[in-house]
Design a protein around this ligand. Structure first.
Ligand SMILES: [Zn+2]
Length: 384
């Protein structure tokens, strides 16, 4: 297939008018200019690498923790409308027994490759190995210290399923980090009350990823700087950022961008099951929540209860907030950085000959028009 007359966003530049040839799910040719070859004419729209969300808990009525293979499939079919081509299923703190039940269902889903539309890479455990001091909405009684014995249990179902673990580094002495690295699981510091100075050794040991910077962690203080300060300081630490405009103030997004630059941030949604549903009252686990626009909050107290924005919304907020942001810088935050971090950059994450044709077409308002996964159109916006 030929996709032509698009503004192609490459790693180092934008081809203002160009075309791409896709063969056997891969990108085989990228050219500037136009072509007489028959193909899909995108009429000047943007062509970007598909977005990668490494931290999403659900959406479209699906709550990963309470889901089965069929529900995971429903999510996978819907996520492509956000321009997301690859994602990691995140779950919050749960008992070991429930986590194993979840992993068994997850394994069923992952084994049926044709049930996947958006590509699911694996599981992100955001807990139970987190600090009681920064537990957020996680259940206090279910928190655990990060131990190798507990990690081995999570890897029992299938060691390949677990891709990311968020944990409070101060709850272990480095052995847990080592074990994650040895098993190709990405160690991510989060829900932690650690001080900047104490994080230094964990950084040296290999923690180079932070779970939703600012949210659920010790912050930036002039006398007791915490994990957020360390995340900003270390150039080689990739910080997840919820850029919905609610969880992190837009001025804080500006500050973060100024310090970290486009190579130090990856945009996530942290979205929950109500994402993609009409406004109304829903259940989040056992909690009653209300969704209004992109806000999801506890119905009785009004406290934020996870995020309700789609990935493409968060991309638009980023573009609006950072006024001089170039499109070839944006794609580092949506695709390239996290693809490198997860070890999949050889296959996807940028528009490069030889890589999978995982692409998103955006119109001039940065709304998703089409999404390609492995070279096939998996989402197409209805004509307005
Ligand atoms: Zn989360």
């Amino acid at each position: 297939m030929i996709v032509k007359n698009g503004k192609i966003v490459l790693e180092d530049k934008v081809i203002e008018q160009g075309w791409i040839k896709i063969e056997d799910s891969k990108i085989v040719q990228i050219e500037a200019g136009t072509t007489d070859l028959p193909g899909l004419d995108v009429e000047g729209k943007w062509i970007l690498p598909g977005f990668i969300d490494c931290h999403v808990h659900g959406g479209y009525g699906v709550d990963f923790e309470f889901g089965d293979a069929k529900r995971f499939e429903h999510f996978s079919k819907n996520i492509v409308q956000e321009g997301v081509t690859t994602y990691v299923q995140a779950s919050v703190t749960n008992s070991t027994a429930n986590n194993l039940k979840y992993l068994t269902e997850f394994q069923n889903f992952m084994q049926q490759k044709d049930s996947q539309v958006g590509k699911c890479l694996g599981a992100h455990f955001e807990g139970p190995f987190i600090s009681p001091d920064k537990k957020g909405a996680h259940e206090l009684s279910l928190l655990q210290k990060p131990t190798i014995a507990e990690l081995q249990k999570l890897m029992e179902v299938n060691p390949q399923l677990v891709k990311i673990i968020t944990y409070a580094p101060e709850l272990q002495n480095g052995e847990f980090t080592e074990s994650l690295l040895a098993n190709q699981i990405l160690p991510s510091a989060g829900h932690s009350n650690i001080l900047f100075k104490d994080f230094e050794m964990h950084h040296k040991q290999g923690i180079k990823h932070l779970t939703h910077l600012y949210n659920g962690m010790s912050g930036i203080s002039q006398r007791d700087p915490g994990l957020a300060a360390a995340g900003l300081y270390y150039d080689d630490v990739l910080c997840e950022l919820i850029t919905d405009g609610i969880h992190v103030d837009v001025e804080t997004i500006k500050l973060t961008y100024k310090i970290k630059g486009y190579q130090g941030i990856c945009i996530i949604t942290d979205a929950v099951n109500a994402k993609g549903l009409p406004d109304g009252n829903y259940k989040l686990g056992n909690l009653n929540v209300t969704k209004t626009g992109i806000k999801v909050f506890l119905s009785d107290s009004g406290t934020l209860a996870g995020a309700g924005a789609t990935y493409d919304h968060n991309v638009r907020v980023m573009l609006k907030t950072i006024s001089n942001l170039k499109m070839n810088e944006l794609i580092y935050m949506t695709s390239i950085n996290i693809a490198k971090q997860l070890g999949i950059f050889e296959q996807t994450g940028s528009i490069t000959v030889g890589k999978k044709a995982d692409l998103v077409i955006l119109d001039k308002n940065f709304e998703v028009v089409k999404t390609f996964v492995d070279g096939d159109i998996k989402f197409e916006r209805e004509k307005k």
